[in-house]
Design a protein around this ligand. Structure first.
Ligand SMILES: Nc1ncnc2c1ncn2[C@@H]1O[C@H](COP(=O)(O)OP(=O)(O)OP(=O)(O)O)[C@@H](O)[C@H]1O
Ligand SMILES: [Mg+2]
Length: 299
């Protein structure tokens, strides 16, 4: 029998101060300068945390993010720290085993109040926006584009970070300038487009199209911009298999879309509490995440 590690829905680290639980991550203070972030197996969809975990998802997200942090490190500093080590922070071997592969020590930074969204293809809310207005978030696009079509160039469409329990809201680039100042806003935009384009090129060589994605950034005490949170994961991106891609058709995916599609078949109004997931659906969802990891990072 294969040894399948148990799912982690909520972490508990008695000797560290819990700063908060996001939809997916639990944040603990290590000291003034460092956090421990635990990526759990919680699944959120339509901004609601579902009652059932996707076993192993937190480890997939952590491994995929760490891979991209490494690849992009000469383009943009990131929040990962090598000191203190997980051994220093979690001395108890049993607890450490539970957290291994999903807990990271990071610089405690000041998160910027925007989500940096980059879109390379016409899908989701962007497709709806385009059909209604011929533009996405006010950025005009050529007429006649089809569903899932690649955009002439990738576009940056920031959104303001919503408080827990509310939805993020698309904002104009000028509104992001008002929130963060022009220098930072421009830097966030330029670096987001640069990371997306590098990642998209790499992913394509591994059989994955990155249709769109979301980055988060934070500042250190000296005002240096860092990439934080998670990067180019199946939670924060739309990943499509290259070989099944077809313009005009909503592609199958290695990400949350599988679960969103299932949830759309239910009579659920997308407010908490979310529905329980059939075993088959959570297993399949876990497999999609794992497939993305294998393609991008390998075994
Ligand atoms: N290095 C860092 N320093 C400070 N905060 C960080 C850092 N990395 C990530 N964060 C924050 O930690 C949280 C991660 O938790 P999670 O991804 O579960 O949240 P979320 O549900 O997506 O969003 P939120 O909790 O903001 O609604 C986010 O609020 C993110 O901005
Ligand atoms: Mg998040």
């Amino acid at each position: 029998m294969m040894n399948v590690p148990a799912a982690l829905y909520e972490s508990s680290i008695p000797h560290l101060q819990l700063l908060g639980r996001g939809k997916v991550r639990d944040m603990y203070a290590i000291d003034d300068k460092h956090l421990l972030i635990v990526t759990t197996d919680r699944m959120s969809a339509f901004d609601v945390i579902l009652p059932d975990p996707i076993p192993g998802k937190g480890r997939v997200l952590t491994r995929v993010s760490n891979f991209w942090f490494g690849m992009m490190k000469d383009t943009i500093p990131n929040h990962l720290c090598t000191e203190p080590t997980l051994n220093d922070v979690i001395p108890d071997p049993q607890l450490r085993e539970q957290l291994a592969g999903r807990a990271i020590v990071v610089k405690r930074l000041k998160p910027l109040p925007v989500e940096a969204i980059v879109r390379g293809y016409l899908i989701g809310s962007g497709w709806k926006d385009y059909q209604n207005s011929g533009a996405i978030c006010g950025i005009s696009l050529p007429a006649g584009l089809q569903l899932a079509q690649q955009l002439p160039t990738a576009i940056y469409t920031p959104s303001s970070k919503a408080e827990m329990g509310t939805h993020d809201e698309n904002i104009s680039f000028e509104a992001s300038v008002a929130l963060m100042g022009r220098e930072i806003a421009e830097k966030v935009r330029d670096v987001s487009l640069e990371i997306y384009s590098k990642a998209a090129e790499y992913a394509r060589s591994r059989g994955i199209i990155i249709a769109d994605t979301k980055f988060e950034f934070g500042l250190d005490d000296d005002g240096v911009l860092h990439l934080i949170d998670e990067v180019l994961t199946p939670d924060s991106s739309r990943f499509w298999p290259v070989e099944q891609y077809q313009v005009g058709v909503s592609p199958p995916s290695f990400d949350k879309q599988y679960l969103r599609d299932y949830l759309e078949t239910l009579d659920w109004n997308k407010t908490a509490p979310g529905p329980r997931l059939p075993e088959e659906v959570s297993r399949k969802c876990g497999e999609k995440y794992r497939e993305a990891e294998l393609k991008l990072v390998g075994d």
